[in-house]
Structure formats: structure tokens, C-alpha cells
Design a protein around this ligand. Structure first.
Ligand code: ZN
Ligand code: ZN
Length: 755
């Protein structure tokens, strides 16, 4: 935290001060906290929210009052708040009579954070479960320490009238709590409500026929009967059903047209989850944290959950309830556990309205359980994976977005970044801050692209940003460029292109405050400087310049990304490096016709690839683990899963010139007769080892590691164990995948402004 005292400083005779506090200070009980300690310390003055999401405090009193205030202030901050900066200046306004909470002001001194959504706290749950409490079984119970924030905010400052709670006026009892300074959890708490005055729950079929009775108990009964039900939560709708019954899970797959992509599982406690999966103490801590993300845990062999929930994978995504509604619903169902998967049509954004469910999910869900509080900002559940103790964020949504990331330097002017295309997030930047949007999905689809534009506009309005630069990926065919075009018409500014893998690398660099280094970026593909499809790159960089030192051996890439959909075709291309195409095609399981087509496309091919993803896909197909891609990364993810319990065998993937020669891996695969898990583990581990060998030639002090494939636990292990004690660092606050690209782009702008 930074404390700034103005130059005139505190003289003993000055007894009025203004404090401007920024960080996460709105929506977390900050004003009531200040009010209480003001009364305790006997100072006069006021506290109010300002529109940059910061809080202004004025205090007046004798030196004893003032010093008492300061010590209470810095020692007892509200639990959910985060103080990043406090500016203290003498205040020379009028003498005040008492201490007050004033109405929010539309002035802004210092920008502050938009609070993310928090899970329900234990105090609120205790009330919900207490039959004598007036909030007994109230699904929307919240207090100053918990509940939705960002997802229901229309604009800053965080006041009730600026949120979706504006249409629910407080009843007398709630108003009494709201205005009672001794009520620690509800005094001045903007989002509070009760069964009398708050949102209501409804259960309906898709034709609008309402079911009478307790909606939660009824929903529990319908789920037990095998029904599939859409449930409105904080940042969007989920689809819920019984996870223990194969027939029901398969019915959901059939209805959704989603043959294999895993579903997330929500449970009532970590102890319940421990019956289904193994969890380390750090994994348990993250599961139970107020962010409540989905955590990918190792399945237990004896887990009673249907194997169709995450077919072929060794990990399953679990999360805990985060609203009283979830808790009560989970209490009603078998095993206190449900499938809770995002309610969307394949590739579309998650539904946030009842009409979306009725229109888009007709034929998928049987009923919908919803409430009448609007979801203003769509926020998907966040997804976390640990490899050992290392934290990877795979999807940055609820609980994490839209917190900002502070950079080491200041931007010369505000700017925006559009990321890449898949699993995308954009960013707005100003001063020394980068604010990533929440995960918005694949922006090659128009609906997601619009969502990204909406979120960028929200952040630009909130922080009063008029961008002077827009950052895009070098790939000219990315749809996210459409937003850049629109913005260019609105604001006169420059468009800056950033190479995809350099942006991956810079996302780690930004996260760790570095401006030079040696880095590895491995992923599917990104547009390379030579027009080829890069994806296994070792870069050395200083400031905004980099050198491509090593890469995976180029192989032909006829037709481009169509190869991602056809792992066996890609396998034939890899094998054709070490045998005739005829033989390669047959070994890869292609028929005569497919071989002939591949031959003719290779004849005219001009694009090559160094993709790590395609290499892993091909190994997956070779081993018969997975030879079709039904969701992004499926063959590679299945390959990782198939290595569980494997042993490491001898294999050397050599570095020849500036290429890591992956063809050696296929030579070895053809001769190796061992068990699939041994072979799968060996190929991935040895690839990591080869990356280490190449990186070490550059005499690194640290190895920066990013890209969608950087979360592969065996590649990471091979890299770490062979890097001769050099530390390997990965992104901590943004995803390694393309969801972190916007941060790398922002860092590029900063570095280019400094050079
Ligand atoms: Zn609470
Ligand atoms: Zn009420």
C-alpha cells in the first residue's frame, strides 16, 4: 500500500485532513467502517464514495482524536477491502459538527477498483439456516462482506441505485439495519435485502407455466426425477442435473450436442468433494476462497460420479456453492452434488435472461428456476488448475474480474487491447493499470465479439478512458480486429500489432515486473512474423524487441487450421518426415483417398508450422488416445490425462540448429512397444526437457513460460527438472492461454513507450 502525504505535511496545529483511499474500497463495507471508527475516535467530518470507485474521508479533531482514528483505520480494515493507496492532505474547508456518510459524488480524484463478486459468507449462511432468523431460507441473503457486486453493477460508484438492486426498495426492517451504525454487517451495505423486500424465486416450464409451492424444494424433487433445469445464479444461468446417473448425463450430452467436453460439478462442501477427487491443502483453500472458482482436481478411482461427466480425463472440475440458493438446492439432492454447467448453446455466451433460456435452450432444459434480479454483467465461473503447488488460472471470470493489474511504469496515455481470438479477454489501460475484461469466450463468434465490445465500453466509461492506442494480434483474420476498426472511427489513435507468442511471453513478464529475459511460448498456433503458424517458440527479448532463438521443427501445414480438426492427417504429416507419404498415411490410419488428397495439398503447400498443440494431437492420435477434436485442445488434454501413473522412458528429442527436432519422437514411437501411459508421459516430459536444453543455450537467469500448452503438467515437469536450477515462471494473475494475451499486449505498449 502506498501512503502519500502532501508536501505541506501534517503540522501539529492542523487538525483537519482529507484522505482519498483507493484499491477495493467500494462495496466492501468501507464507509460504515470509517463511520464507526470516526465515532470511536471522536473525530468529526464525513465519508463518501467518489465516481472513480475511490472513497473520500474528511476528519477533524484534536491530535488525540486524529491519531486514534489513524491507528484504528490502518489496523482494522474491512475483510473484503484492499487498500492500495491513501492520499492524505490538510483539509481547509468549514468546521463540521458531527460525522456523516454523505451521498456519493460524481467527482474523481483517483481511480479505484470495481469490486468483483463474492461468495456468500458464513455469517449470512448461518442466518439462512436458522429457523428463528427472519432471513431463514432466504436465497439472496448478503451483507457488507459478501454477495454479488460487479455482476449487478450498472455503473460506478457502487451505490444501490447504480445496481440491479435499485428496483427493490428496502423494507422497514432492512432500512433500520441499513441505518444502524452498530450493525456491523448491514449498516450502509448497498446490496442487502430480505424475504419481504428482496428478489423472488420462480420455477417455470419453458412455456411460462409457473409451478406452485417452494421453488427450491420442487426443483430438488424434479432433479431427483432426472429432469434437467436451468438455474439463474450470479453471473449467468447454469444447467443443473444429477451427476451420478449415466443415462441423465448422456441425455444432457445428447440434448446439448456436446459429446465429450467436460461438465463442472458443484458440491455443498469440500468434504463431500473429497469423496470424488483428491485435493491438496492449497486446492482446498482455493475451493473454499470467496472467489469460489472451479478447480480441476484429480478424480478418485472409486468416484461414484458418472464417467460421462468428463470422459477420458483424469481431472474433473469442482466448485462449491456460492449463494444461499445453491446451498439450499444442494441440500435437497442426492449426494449434495449437481452438474452445474454454463447454460449456453455451443459456442454462444452463457444466458443471463429468462428469454434467452426459453429461446436458446428449448429442447435442452425442462424447467427454469430464476429470480427477478437482473444480471447486468455476464461473468462466467473462473477455472483454476494446480500443477503441484503452482497455480494456473485457465479462465478468469467471477471473483477475479475485473480487478486490475498494476504495471511497473505508467502508460503515456490510455489505450485498449483486444487480445487474440479464442477464450479471449480484452483490456483497458491507463496510468499504471491494466484492467482485463472477464473471460468472454471465442470472439470469432459475433455474439461474443459484441460482449467484448460491451465490456470494453463499460470499462472505458467507468474510468473515463479515451484511448490513444489500440493493440491487436498480428493475425489479420482475427475478428477482434473489427472492434479495433470501430474504435478507430471513434477515437483518432494508432493501431499497434503485437506478435502472438511475444504477447504470451510479455504476459508473464508483466505479471512479474520484468522487461527482458528468455522465454518459451507453446500453444496451438499464432500468426508468425514469417507468415507461418508458430506455436513452439523460444524467444529472447529486451524491451519491445525480441529474437526468435529456437522453435519446434517446421512441418508442412497445408490448409492451415483445418489440421487442428484432423489429428490423424496431422500425424501423417509428421510421419512423412521420416518415411514415405504412402507409408505415413497408412500408419496414421488414412485411407487411399485421404492419402491422395493430402499428397496433392502438400504439393501446393506454402505454410509451415512449429505448433506444440499439433505435435501433441498427433502423438495422441498415434497412441489411439484421441483422434478427433470435439472441443478445443481435446486430443492434447486427453494425452495429458492418459499419462497418469506412467514411468519415464529413454528418449532424446534433440536440438538441431535452431530447431527442436520432433521427428525423433515419432521415430521412437514407431519402435516403442510399452504401455500407453509410459509412452504418453515420456513424450510430454521429454519435450519439456528439449525446451529446457534449448533455453539453457541462451544463458537465462529465469525462464518465462506461457502459452495454452504451458499448463501441461508433464511438459512443465520436464522443463523444470532439466533447467539446471534456473527458475521457471508462469503467469499468476492471467491465463497462460489466449485469455492472458491482452496483458502481454499492454506490456508491449509500455515497453515500446519506454524504449
Ligand atoms: Zn454475508
Ligand atoms: Zn427487507
Amino acid at each position: 500500500m502506498l501512503i502519500i502525504l502532501s508536501s505541506t505535511n501534517i503540522q501539529s496545529n492542523v487538525k483537519s485532513f482529507r484522505l482519498t483511499a483507493s484499491g477495493i474500497v467500494q462495496g466492501v463495507g468501507f464507509r460504515p467502517f470509517v463511520f464507526r471508527i470516526a465515532l470511536k475516535s471522536g473525530v468529526r467530518g464525513f465519508v463518501r464514495n467518489l465516481s472513480g470507485s475511490e472513497v473520500e474521508i474528511v476528519i477533524q479533531g484534536n491530535s488525540e482524536n486524529i491519531s486514534r482514528f489513524f491507528s484504528l483505520f490502518f489496523l482494522n480494515l474491512p475483510p473484503m477491502s484492499r487498500l492500495e493507496q491513501v492520499t492524505i492532505t490538510p483539509f481547509d474547508g468549514e468546521i463540521l459538527e458531527n460525522f456523516k456518510i454523505l451521498k456519493s459524488e460524481v467527482i474523481r480524484y483517483e481511480a479505484s477498483q470495481i469490486p468483483p463478486d463474492f461468495s456468500v459468507c458464513s455469517d449470512c449462511m448461518r442466518e439462512v439456516l436458522d429457523s428463528r432468523n427472519r432471513r431463514y431460507r432466504y436465497p439472496f441473503n448478503s451483507c457488507v462482506n459478501c454477495g454479488p457486486r460487479f455482476s449487478m453493477m450498472m455503473k460506478v460508484p457502487y451505490d444501490r441505485e447504480n445496481t440491479a438492486m435499485s428496483k427493490f426498495p428496502l423494507c422497514d426492517e432492512c432500512a433500520q439495519e441499513y441505518s444502524d451504525p452498530d450493525n456491523e454487517r448491514r449498516f450502509d451495505a448497498q446490496g442487502i435485502s430480505c424475504p419481504k423486500c428482496g428478489p423472488r424465486l420462480y420455477l417455470e416450464d419453458l412455456y411460462g407455466n409457473r409451478l406452485d409451492g417452494d421453488p427450491i424444494a420442487l426443483t430438488g424433487k424434479l432433479l431427483a426425477e432426472g429432469k434437467i433445469i436451468a438455474i439463474k445464479g450470479i453471473g449467468g444461468f447454469h444447467i443443473a442435473c444429477d451427476p451420478f446417473n449415466d443415462d441423465i448425463v448422456l441425455m444432457l450430452r445428447a440434448r446439448k450436442g456436446r459429446p465429450s467436453k467436460p461438465f463442472a460439478i458443484m458440491s455443498i462442501s469440500s468434504d463431500v468433494i473429497s469423496n470424488f477427487a483428491e485435493m491438496s491443502p492449497v486446492e482446498r483453500d482455493i475451493l473454499e476462497s470467496p472467489e469460489r472458482p472451479i478447480v480441476l482436481l484429480r478424480k478418485r478411482e472409486d468416484s461414484p460420479i458418472s464417467r460421462y461427466v468428463s470422459p477420458g480425463l483424469d481431472r474433473e472440475g469442482f466448485f462449491l456453492y456460492y449463494t444461499p440458493l445453491h446451498y439450499m438446492l444442494l441440500s435437497e439432492v442426492k449426494g449434495n452434488t449437481l452438474i452445474m454447467t454454463s447454460a449456453n448453446k455451443h459456442g454462444y455466451p452463457m444466458c443471463v435472461t429468462e428469454s434467452c433460456v426459453k429461446e436458446k435452450l428449448n429442447g435442452i432444459v425442462d424447467y427454469l428456476l430464476y429470480h427477478d434480479r437482473d444480471i447486468v454483467n455476464r461473468v462466467d465461473d473462473s477455472v483454476i488448475k494446480f500443477t503441484g503447488d503452482r497455480f494456473h488460472i485457465l479462465r478468469r471470470g467471477r471473483g477475479y474480474a475485473p480487478l486490475w493489474i498494476r504495471m511497473k511504469g505508467k502508460f503515456k496515455g490510455p489505450a485498449i487491447a483486444l487480445g487474440a481470438e479464442l477464450q479471449n479477454a480484452g483490456a483497458v489501460m491507463f496510468d499504471d493499470k491494466v484492467i482485463l475484461t472477464q473471460y468472454v469466450g471465442d470472439t470469432d463468434r459475433l455474439e461474443n465479439l459484441r460482449e467484448m465490445e460491451k465490456m470494453l465500453n463499460f470499462l472505458m466509461d467507468t474510468y473515463n478512458v479515451r484511448p490513444r492506442a489500440v493493440l491487436v494480434d498480428k493475425n489479420p483474420s482475427y475478428q477482434s480486429r473489427q472492434i479495433a476498426q470501430k474504435m478507430l472511427e471513434k477515437f483518432p489513435m494508432e493501431m499497434v500489432e503485437v506478435q502472438h507468442h511475444f504477447a504470451h511471453v510479455l504476459s508473464v513478464a508483466a505479471d512479474h515486473g520484468l522487461d527482458e529475459g528468455v522465454a518459451i511460448a507453446i500453444d496451438g498456433v499464432g500468426y508468425g512474423d514469417d507468415g507461418n503458424a508458430w506455436g513452439g517458440e523460444i524467444l529472447r527479448f529486451a524491451g519491445d524487441e525480441y529474437e526468435r532463438a529456437y522453435h519446434l521443427k517446421y512441418v508442412p501445414y497445408p490448409g492451415g487450421d483445418v489440421n487442428a480438426l484432423k489429428p490423424r492427417r496431422m500425424l501423417a504429416i509428421f510421419l512423412s518426415q521420416i518415411m514415405s507419404l504412402e507409408e505415413a498415411g497408412k500408419t496414421a490410419g488414412l485411407n487411399e483417398n485421404e492419402i491422395a488428397m493430402l499428397r496433392s495439398s502438400l504439393r501446393v503447400n506454402r505454410i509451415y508450422t512449429s505448433s506444440t498443440g499439433r505435435f501433441l494431437d498427433s502423438v495422441s492420435a498415434f497412441l489411439g488416445v484421441c483422434d478427433q477434436r470435439r472441443y478445443e485442445g481435446e486430443p492434447a488434454i486427453m494425452l495429458e490425462a492418459s499419462a497418469r501413473g506412467g514411468r519415464l522412458l529413454d528418449l532424446n528429442i534433440p536440438v538441431v540448429g535452431n530447431e527442436i527436432d520432433t521427428s525423433e519422437a515419432f521415430r521412437w514411437l514407431l519402435s516403442e512397444q510399452g504401455k500407453v501411459n509410459d509412452i504418453a508421459l515420456t513424450v510430454q516430459y521429454r519435450l519439456g526437457e528439449a525446451l529446457a536444453k534449448a533455453a539453457l543455450k541462451l544463458n537465462p537467469q529465469l525462464i518465462l513460460f506461457s502459452g495454452g500448452a504451458a499448463v501441461n503438467e508433464y511438459i512443465l515437469k520436464g522443463l523444470k527438472e532439466n533447467s539446471e536450477g534456473i527458475e521457471v515462471i508462469t503467469p499468476r494473475r492471467v491465463p497462460s492461454n489466449d485469455g492472458g494475451i491482452a496483458l502481454g499486449q499492454a506490456h508491449y505498449l509500455l515497453l515500446s513507450q519506454q524504449s
